[in-house]
Design a protein around this ligand. Structure first.
Ligand code: FA5
Ligand code: MG
Length: 402
């Protein structure tokens, strides 16, 4: 699911995003809380952890074009006038290749309707990286030279790579690719990303000072790459999902008017990496304007966040019967909560799901955990917010409150 600006309920007949007006229609579901995030551009805000991490990633690709100011408004199908907020940076692949770029990194804010907890937020940031080569013996010579160079660096580094992946029926070479070319390019992708991860995680205490950095490659599926992979890093006792990548589908390059090239692309999320590198325990903190947060960081430096005391939590439950015919998706509920209560919500959990044996009606109960990052909340204030959540729920989904 995605945020569309045109095509949900709105009282005005237009919405304004980054100074541009868009007519609203029955698809419009972008909330004021989401629109308010679009100008913030945390990934280029000096001294912000997300900006420092972007810089660190860019430093691993010094000879690439670096882009970080693309408008978040993209066309869903590249064919009509309707606009949506991008859900991933891959939305810009075609236009980057069309411009003739052959090696590039693009960092941007992305928008998804998602669950609410310490590691999910409806806005986060991704870096997309791509490189294409001539699909010819001379292009492949360039790949082999680069592979030899990066293999040399990795051989001298404290890194353990788990990668038993072979091209397989479930993760095939594209029919229009020479399998030897595809394999060389996939190798280049893997070496390049292992080198990136060494750069990003290599300096972190506890990872590679004594213990090696552990990286794991897993088979994946993405509609715009094949073969495709996901990469995980072992950190603080857990495998952390870092990115998705693969050999670019030829259709992308064809659409961009690029001929006789083959290459790779990857997309990684900045927040999850920044949370572990800087020790930031809650994804909402990235959006904090509290000087106790912002003043802790310096551009270009990875330092450990010193938590300041947390304010108390306040739990509120809401139970309701669903209307007979309609379905409400968990993310629709989270959306209403996020829109009405904003960053005052720490997380939302469904605590009951019940189907009445006689009437067959469904009842749901959600528990909302209210806690501000920046101040103590009064019970009155929370009751007020909670009553707004409840009335929105009734208005939008015609539920019956129990
Ligand atoms: C994608 O978005 C693909 N476009 C990645 C890609 C690019 C594949 C190019 C192939 C070629 P995915 O939805 O898995 O894939 O997101 C990529 C990364 O973004 C994840 O690995 C994770 O690090 C991060 N991410 C995804 N969802 C969230 C979220 N809700 N909050 C924080 N980070 C997230
Ligand atoms: Mg994923």
């Amino acid at each position: 699911t995605a945020y569309f600006s045109t095509g949900g309920p709105s009282s005005k007949n237009y919405i304004e995003i980054l100074g541009q007006r868009f007519p609203t229609d029955d698809y419009t579901n972008i909330t004021p809380a989401i629109i308010a995030k679009t100008p913030l551009q945390l990934h280029v805000k000096s001294a912000h952890p997300l900006s420092t991490l972007r810089g660190l990633i860019e430093s691993a690709y010094p000879d690439f074009t670096h882009v970080s100011t693309m408008s978040p408004l993209v066309s869903p199908y590249y064919a009509n006038r309707d606009m949506m907020l991008r859900t991933h940076t891959s939305a810009h692949e075609v236009e980057m290749f069309r411009k003739g770029e052959t090696r590039w990194l693009l960092t941007a804010d992305v928008y998804r309707r998602d669950e609410i907890d310490a590691s999910h937020y409806p806005v986060f940031h991704q870096v997309e990286g791509a490189r294409i080569f001539d699909a010819s013996p001379s292009g492949m010579k360039e790949v082999e030279e680069d592979n030899a160079r990066v293999s040399g660096i990795l051989a001298k580094s404290n890194i353990v790579i788990e990668d038993t992946l072979h091209i397989s029926p479930t993760n095939p070479v594209q029919h229009n690719h020479d399998p030897v070319f595809s394999e060389l390019v996939a190798k280049n992708l893997k070496l390049s990303l292992n080198n990136l991860l060494l750069k990003v995680f290599g300096g972190v205490a506890g990872i590679s000072k004594q213990e090696p950095l552990r990286v794991r490659w897993i088979e994946a599926y993405f509609p715009f790459t094949s073969p495709s992979f996901e990469v995980e890093v072992f950190f603080q006792g857990k495998w952390l999902e870092i990115l998705g990548c693969g050999v670019i589908r030829q259709a992308t390059l064809d659409t961009a008017g690029v001929e006789n090239k083959i290459g790779w692309a990857f997309g990684l999320g900045l927040e999850r990496i920044a949370m572990v590198l800087f020790g930031i325990p809650d994804i909402r903190l990235f959006w904090s304007t509290d000087p106790r947060f912002l003043s802790q960081f310096e551009q270009g430096k990875i330092t450990t966040f010193q938590p300041y005391s947390k304010y108390p939590s306040c739990f509120k439950d809401v139970s309701f019967w669903l209307p007979q015919k309609s379905e409400i998706h968990e993310n629709d509920f989270c959306d209403i909560v996020r829109d009405t209560a904003g960053d005052l919500v720490e997380d939302v959990k469904r605590i009951d799901h019940f189907i009445h044996p006689k009437t067959n009606r469904t009842s749901l109960c959600y528990r909302i955990n209210y806690r501000s990052m920046d101040r103590s909340l009064s019970n009155e204030e929370i009751n007020h917010v909670q009553s707004q959540v409840v009335s929105q729920l009734v208005e939008r989904f015609e539920v019956e409150i129990r």
